[in-house]
Ligand binder design. Structure first.
Ligand code: ZN
Length: 206
């Protein structure tokens, strides 16, 4: 079965949310519900939202989560190390990056990832990639050759390391880990355009 990936660009920071579904199924996963719940709901259409998967706990990737949980009941998943950020503007960047002191909407409750999470017929491998935040992960569909890289790996760049929980040493190790994936792997980042592992790997000497 082939996979459908719909990119929904959200909010002032233009974060990418991705609706991911197997063709022919009526359910789907949503990677990083950014700051435009109305747009995300429209993008869902008739599809049932089975779960929301976070690549990390920064505010721009989670601001749509509360409204979507209320509308759909879909659970939200995060890595354990970033769970503390979800409801804390001082940790999730809302305060330092845009001066917000209150998270809008309902308090977020999240489940913590295991090594794999199965949603809508797809088994996502959860690859820990700390560096941008302590609990940053990339979500990998090996059979499809698709990686959702959050703010760890971008087209021609990688995530900043100066925010809460960031670490240049860990970022280096995380990028090295990602560059062991097959070069043809398609990479869907948290901001900007898609790329491939091979294209990005060729830019660095790690
Ligand atoms: Zn981020």
């Amino acid at each position: 079965m082939s996979i459908e990936i719909k990119t929904v660009r959200c909010g002032d920071i233009m974060e990418n949310a991705y609706l991911v579904a197997l063709e022919g199924r009526d359910d789907c996963a949503l990677i990083d519900p950014g700051d435009d719940a109305a747009k995300l709901k429209r993008a869902l259409g008739d599809r049932r939202l089975s779960a929301m998967l976070l690549t990390h706990g920064h505010f721009d990737h989670i601001l749509g989560a509360g409204a979507l949980t209320e509308a759909t009941g879909a659970p939200l998943y995060v890595a354990e190390a970033d769970a503390e950020m979800l409801n804390d503007p001082a940790l999730n960047g809302l305060e330092s990056l845009i001066g917000g002191s209150d998270m809008p909407g309902p308090r977020l409750a999240a489940r913590v990832y295991d090594e794999e999470v199965s949603v809508a017929g797809m088994a996502f491998e959860v690859i820990p990639t700390p560096g941008h935040s302590k609990g940053s992960v990339c979500l990998y569909l090996p059979d499809e050759g698709v990686l959702f890289s959050g703010d760890t790996l971008f087209r021609a760049g990688f995530g900043r390391m100066d925010l809460y929980g960031g670490s240049p040493m860990q970022m280096r190790d995380s990028l090295k880990r990602l560059f062991t994936l097959p070069p043809e792997t398609r990479v869907y980042p948290g901001h900007g355009e898609p790329t491939t592992i091979g294209e990005e790997r060729s830019r660095y000497r790690l």
